[in-house]
Design a protein around this ligand. Sequence first.
Ligand code: FEO
Length: 402
Amino acid sequence: MEPIKITDTVYWVGAIDYDIRDFHGYLTPRGSTYNAYLIVNDKKITLIDTVKHGFEEELLSRVSKIVDPKKIDQVVSNHAEMDHSGGLPEIMRHIGIDKTVHASAMGVKNLGGQFKNAGLNLKAAGASLDVGGEELAFIETRMIHWPDSMFSFLPSQGLLFSQDGFGMHLACPERFDDQIGENTWGPLAMNYFANILTPYTAQIAKVLEKVAADGILPQIKIICPDHGFVWRQNPGRIVELYSRWVQQKPRRKAVVAFDTMWHSTEFMARVLTDYLAGQGIETMYHSLKNKHRSEVATECYEAAAIIIGSPTINNQLFPSVSDLITYIKSLKFKNKIGAAFGSHGWSGEGAKLVQAELKALGYNVPADEVRFQWVPEEKDLEPLKALGKLIADEIKKTVDPD
Ligand code: FEO
């Protein structure tokens, strides 16, 4: 396994996971990378982050092409989540368990909690760390996206180690943004932002403001995230996209997501989709039978309206609909219009429960849910079209065209 040189003294020494498909409930159809970096000079050797458990050998193999891993002097943990720290205990046993692992104060707490018996020598990072005649500055990024998260910045080289920030899930041999076009990485970066970072857009906006106010932003020449590409050609582009995405500004777009028992709720979804599209609204039709929750959530990110359909099963929501609602609830989307619909046989709680959930999420829910008993026919569709008209009008009233 070969390391990849980023600058004269900084190398990528991470791991490529071509096989992962479920990243804590988020679909990763193209795998991921766990990026780690080595700062090497004649005075000190510093490892920035590690890898998921199971990939320790890959990291050590890459490091050993540069230097004997036992010569690593210190480790910085920018983020304690297991995809970057799961390999830490084994790597520390290999390079020397007494060597210092620098982390934020919360990182020390979280790593200590995760690896109680590993004997790690954890130390709370101060403002900066000597990495061999160069200072590595630490930047507070609490809750982006864990309490322990921090960035590290090497001003002498304009190099930002941004842990999960500016990342994406893509396993491939290329390591740099200039090796693959924005047409490929753009949707992946957006997908990652929508599913991992949306709940923390306010914190991200503050960090972006702070690094600009502190004069750090113009100094950044290269961004090294913990997933995806090293941004060396145009790091400003991903920063620009984040500055836009944190606003959660909707487009004139609707998502119709549903599941169905005997095709009646499906029929309603198709009528609504066609109706909204006919009103000039870009409308995404998602059957939860073949669409993963995280793919739907990505479509929801820029949508003005989220319209959810559910049948009723034993007085409850259909399980896949419940799953989607739980997932999008956790993502805390802002600026959404909501609507509910569904077919039922007798008690009919499904659509009502969806409606209540959308209201509880703080969405703008301008109409009552539309429910049909048994199988809707063409002559019954007026309430559904009226709902579509109301949603389309609300979108046009509140969202500017692209
Ligand atoms: Fe890539 Fe939050 O871990």
